[in-house]
Design a protein around this ligand. Structure first.
Ligand code: GDP
Length: 430
């Protein structure tokens, strides 16, 4: 999901702005505990789509822009795509405003200067001095009178990077399947996830099956863990074959597959599960758990060995975590969202064909008995997984090597290498 963060010195009206923007559009507001205890987050729903809005207001202590606060804001800004720099539109700029401005300039993220508390259009002539901050035109807003919010949303959408994402996750949430060999650490990981305070859990027994889906929200994004009954039951109570069938079923139901891996137990089982997922069109996140067991000095070696054993899955993203220390638990979810979105990418036909002409200009097309393969055009009729259809003179002229070449180009140039996209070649008369 897109992320927009509000930054500004105390008392400029950040939290009113936050509440106003969420308004009725608000899906979820969560106080995020832990390191970022003082952050408020919520999902802003607009006609153009949704984004996660984060208010850093709670990070300040007093009026000073201290190093401690800065470090926390740094974290909040880490994957932010747009920063709303809030300043009081009715009073003079302060030292703290200038310090925040300087800090944001160094960060280099797109900034929108928001003048708050401009309740009356007559006050707008006070805005002149704000240009001194160096962030261009301020957008006057009033949270009290709900002024300027549409303009602000407009400006936010203008600055957010364009992603050709076909559909946002369903309201019910992104469906995740947790799979892996017995004792990989699935149920421990599940408990670690569900034990996190920030997760709001509700369990729904399936009506026609004994599968239990767990619904929860993480950073405003709803998720569903499918068939957790299969994970929670002690492995020995499940006949091995049934356990396998169950995980294959969970994979088929999921949007994204979390493949849980014990770094010291890697083999065919992992490759089989991953391949089943990829063949079914599901993106796979490699969740390497029990990382607390790996000593720091050993880590590079273990990573290298894992890389060799998982060579076939080299292109898949991975997260190193532990059910005990809970390191990187957040990252599992941010990566899951990213994979969901990637798998829902739709490349517009014009753009795809622009690329196609670049790709075909670089190589000699295969030919059969002196007759060359011709590619007329390409389209992407489907997402999840993205499916590319190439209209050609003779589909049987397409060689494995040429298909692999196209796969590599799509993976690299369209940024899809982490998801299981498909190619189809269709014959068309010349
Ligand atoms: P499952 O069969 O995949 O659900 O695996 P379990 O969650 O039951 O874990 C198998 C064993 O690994 C248990 O003895 C756990 O205590 C241990 N384990 C699981 N996760 C971790 C972890 O992150 N760190 C450590 N040190 N041990 C773990």
């Amino acid at each position: 999901m897109h992320k927009v963060v509000i930054v500004g010195r105390p008392n400029v009206g950040k939290s009113s702005l936050f509440n106003r923007l969420l308004g009725k559009r608000s899906a979820v507001v969560a106080d995020v505990p832990g390191v970022t205890r003082d952050l408020k987050e919520g999902v802003v729903e607009t006609e153009k789509g949704r984004f996660l809005l984060v208010d850093t207001g709670g990070l300040w202590s007093g009026d000073r822009w201290e190093k401690k606060i800065q470090e926390k804001v740094d974290q909040a800004l880490e994957d932010a795509e747009v920063v709303l720099f809030a300043v009081d539109g009715r009073s003079e700029l302060t030292q703290a405003d200038y310090e925040v401005a300087e800090y944001l300039r160094k960060k280099g993220k797109p900034v929108i200067l928001v003048a708050t508390k401009v309740d009356d259009p007559k006050h707008e002539h006070y805005l002149g001095p704000l240009y001194a901050l160096g962030f261009g035109d301020p957008i006057p807003t009033s949270s009290e009178h709900a002024r300027g919010l549409e303009e602000l949303l407009e400006a936010i959408w203008e600055k957010l990077p364009v992603r050709h994402i076909e559909s946002e996750p369903e309201v019910a949430g992104i469906k995740l399947a947790i799979v892996g060999r017995p004792n990989a650490g699935k149920s421990s990981l599940l408990n670690a996830i569900l034990g996190e305070e920030r997760v709001i859990v509700s369990e729904e027994p399936g009506t026609t099956r004994d599968a239990i889906d767990v619904h929860f929200t993480f950073r405003g994004q709803p998720f569903v863990l499918v068939d957790t009954a299969g994970i929670r039951k002690r492995p020995e109570s499940l006949v091995e074959e049934l356990a396998i069938r169950r995980s294959l079923k969970a994979i088929e139901e999921a949007d994204v597959v979390l493949l849980v891996i014990d770094p010291f137990q890697v083999g065919d089982r992992e490759l089989k599960l991953a391949n089943h997922a990829l063949e079914t069109g599901k993106p796979v996140l490699l969740v390497i758990t029990k990382w607390d067991l790996v000593r720091k000095e050993e880590a590079p070696k273990v990573r290298r060995e894992l890389k060799e054993k998982l060579a076939h899955l080299e292109h898949l993203p991975r997260v190193y975590t532990s059910a005990f220390t809970k390191q990187n638990l957040d990252k599992i979810f941010s990566e899951a969202v990213r994979l969901f979105e990637l798998n829902h990418t739709r490349i517009p036909t014009a753009e795809l064909n622009r690329w196609l002409s670049v790709w075909t200009a670089k190589v000699q097309l295969p030919n059969f008995k002196g007759k060359p393969l011709k590619i007329f055009y390409a389209t992407q009729p489907e997402v999840a997984p993205p499916t590319f259809v190439f209209f050609v003179n003779h589909p049987e002229f397409v060689t494995r090597a040429f298909e692999n070449y196209l796969k590599n180009r799509i993976g690299e140039d369209l940024g899809l290498k982490e998801v299981p996209f498909r190619l189809v070649f269709r014959g068309r008369r010349e």
